[in-house]
Design a protein around this ligand. Structure first.
Ligand code: ZN
Length: 240
């Protein structure tokens, strides 16, 4: 089964549409959290994702904040304003969709979470120490995560955990005990502003990272029209 693995859309419909078009036909959609936050299109993105066939989805920390499952004191003033802005906009159907998302989903040998297996909503896997701790509690051969907005593979090898950056344009045959991040659709932070995602084949266990350009200026114009944060408008073009 050919699966689209994607994360951190962050209310950026233009990037999402570019990813869906670039991926081509897939048999399943696995979404790793953060539908909302930063971008101008929270409702449009939830409506689009909800309708995708064979969808598995987990909530991210921004989704949890909109549902008030996280203390708003964790966020700075700008982020809190954005949470209120999103809350005012979401339709009851889209809010209900976020509410029913499970914190983790398991498909045979793959676990899907936003942050990490230890703390599915909040933990950032940023170091090999954190990756090792995650691998220790991981009940599966593979875990797909989002949250850091950076495409990466953490691989357990001979008792150690190694960090591997993405290999563009080639399918990677995955070996057991690995954590993979497809990068972010709508708010990449690895210095490359193009939308990031991955394709996974459940039979061959092959994984392919992909980048796709989209009309960043159009998204920035919508953010400006809504009076959203100038910092977030700028960083979209820098991939930071
Ligand atoms: Zn995020």
């Amino acid at each position: 089964m050919r699966v689209l693995v994607f994360s951190d859309i962050h209310a950026n419909l233009t990037a999402l549409e570019a990813v869906l078009a670039d991926a081509g036909p897939v048999e399943a959609h696995w979404f790793l959290g953060d539908l909302v936050g930063y971008g101008p299109d929270p409702n449009e993105c939830i409506t689009r994702v909800r309708a995708l066939p064979n969808l598995s989805a987990v909530p991210g920390n921004h989704d949890a904040a909109v549902l008030e499952r996280m203390p708003l004191t964790w966020f700075n003033r700008e982020a809190r304003n954005l949470i209120h802005w999103t809350q005012e906009r979401l339709t009851p159907e889209n809010l209900a969709f976020l509410q029913q998302l499970p914190e983790q989903v398991r498909h045979n040998d793959v676990l899907l979470v936003h942050g990490s297996p230890r703390a599915p909503i909040t933990e950032y896997i940023l170091t090999s120490e954190i990756a090792a701790a995650s691998l220790e509690v991981m009940p599966t051969d593979f875990c797909f995560v989002g949250h850091t907005h950076t495409p990466v593979r953490w691989q357990e090898e001979n008792g150690f955990v190694h960090f591997y950056p993405p290999t563009a344009g080639e399918a990677l045959a995955l070996k057991p005990r690995a954590i993979l991040n497809p990068g972010s659709v709508g708010q990449p932070r690895d210095g490359d502003p193009r939308a990031s995602y991955a394709l996974y084949d459940t039979e061959t266990h092959t994984w392919e990272w992909r980048r796709v350009p989209y009309d960043i200026a159009a998204v920035q114009a919508r953010m400006r029209a809504f009076g959203l944060s100038p910092t977030n408008i700028l960083r979209l073009a820098m991939g930071r």
